[in-house]
Design a protein around this ligand. Structure first.
Ligand code: ZN
Ligand code: ZN
Length: 448
């Protein structure tokens, strides 16, 4: 299957019809461009397993792949590269922060792939694709949407996004900044569907500081805050909360340490963020301790899970201490998180969850219905292609596009071929897709 010079195709191998393991291909004139290459975690009888899309379609024609663009540093967008980059045999292009998160992960697996740092808001040509990197707001720094121009049409690929005027780290996103990219109308808009079923507008990252500070000030003993390590803005906010509540900040969890190193080397977390070594917290009065921890999804072995089980090597929580979940459950993790909460409560530890808090302590990184409507109304694409969601999310995203005046919508799934030019159409099951899993020895095997 080869796109001719008049064709413009979109072919998702992962992340379309599911949330996680994104792998997108764009094709024209006998060449392919990959956007993102991620993993997902699945609970199996063998335990928590890393899974990723089977990339056979593109590895079988790797010489036609002009490059791999990574839109942001989340594992559902970068996590498969350490396993697949050697077979893909193409240069990886991404922004400085994402590159600094990615490189140690590649090194850990002995992967020699070339990673090129692309300046923010720049443009580049890769074979027949001319790509404009468009900064957008999300829950990790330097996320970019992509305007992909070819001689037969233009595609706007949003990546994961929200409209946040005050993202705490980096510049706010204002849709009118895309004024210069509206004409001629984009042929297709490939768009994040995660929160399409949520009405209204997402909460701004800047609105969390006061709620978090209130909860920390109310606490008498130690405070542990669980959040996603890649949310550098949240870490910045928590640094300020620690300072303004007179507590020492410390980090518990390996992924927090590596994210902070990547963030600092890319120029973030330079003020109001001074963690003390974790080994020192045992010597401090409880009322002077604020820990930021990994494990807000109940991940086995993560800091919060160990704290709940009282098996953390550095600190034990006592009755009267407080745990704050500055995160929400990723669908599928609810039971694991509930087990954590039950574990803490059994010890007399007070638990604050985002859903039960009277002030916002967590903000999603994805657009609610109002933000999706703003994008469709402003860009007026000829065709909407919802991705990054399960079928109900994608169908609602498509319905929203229609209500905003977008004439055509194509809702499909991994392995379907979305023909954008010359005439929009969907060829179902065009390519064999499946999943690879990582076994206990770190080897890949096909599982579906
Ligand atoms: Zn994502
Ligand atoms: Zn993301």
């Amino acid at each position: 299957m080869t796109p001719g010079p008049e064709d413009l195709w979109f072919l998702p191998l992962g992340g379309c019809g599911e949330i996680g393991m994104n792998l997108n291909l764009f094709g024209t004139d006998d060449r392919w461009l990959m956007v993102d290459c991620g993993i997902t975690f699945e609970d199996t009888v063998a335990g928590n397993q890393i899974q990723m899309p089977d990339p056979s379609f593109i590895t079988e024609r790797a010489e036609k792949l002009v490059g791999i663009i990574i839109t942001h540093a989340h594992l559902d967008h970068i996590g498969a590269l350490p396993y697949l980059a050697a077979a893909l045999n193409a240069t990886i292009f991404t922004t400085p922060f994402t590159a600094r998160v990615l490189r140690p992960k590649l090194r850990e697996r002995g992967c020699q792939a070339r990673v090129v740092e692309v300046p923010l808001a720049s443009s580049q040509t890769l074979g027949p694709f001319h790509v404009h990197w468009l900064p957008i707001t999300h829950s990790t720094p330097e996320t970019h949407a992509l305007l992909i121009e070819t001689s037969v049409g233009r595609i706007l690929h949003t990546a994961d996004w929200k409209i946040d005027a005050q993202p705490v780290v980096g510049d706010g996103f204002d849709i009118t900044s895309w004024q210069g990219f509206r004409e001629p109308a984009v042929n297709a808009l490939v768009c994040d569907s995660t929160n399409a079923l949520q009405g209204g507008h997402s909460v701004s990252e800047a609105d969390l500081e006061s709620g978090l500070l209130d909860h920390v000030k109310e606490a008498s003993g130690r405070v542990a805050v669980g959040c996603f390590a890649s949310n550098i803005a949240r870490l910045q906010t928590l640094g300020r909360v620690a300072k303004n509540s007179g507590r020492y900040l410390c980090l518990l969890g390996r992924s927090l340490d590596s994210m902070v190193i990547a963030a600092k080397s890319a120029g973030y977390l330079t003020e109001d963020f001074d963690p003390i070594p974790a080994k020192d917290i045992g010597y401090l009065p409880p009322s002077e301790v604020m820990m930021v921890t990994t494990g807000s999804q109940g991940e086995p072995g993560a800091a919060l899970t160990r704290l709940a089980a009282n098996t953390h090597p550095l600190v034990e929580l006592d009755p009267g201490d407080t745990v704050i979940f500055s995160a929400k459950a990723i669908p599928g993790n609810e039971a694991k998180i509930q087990r954590l909460i039950t574990g803490f409560s059994a010890h007399g530890v007070r638990v604050v969850v985002a859903e039960g808090s009277n002030k916002a302590i967590h903000a999603s990184g994805h657009p609610n219905a109002e933000e999706l409507a703003s994008l469709y109304t402003f860009m007026q694409p000829e065709l909407a292609i919802p991705v990054h969601g399960e079928l109900p999310h994608m169908e609602e995203n498509a319905a929203l596009a229609k209500r905003c005046g977008v004439k055509r919508q194509l809702v499909g799934k991994n392995g379907d071929l979305f023909r954008i030019a010359p005439t929009p159409s969907l060829l179902r099951n065009a390519v064999a897709v499946g999943r690879l899993a990582v076994d206990k020895r770190g080897q890949l095997s096909r599982i579906s």
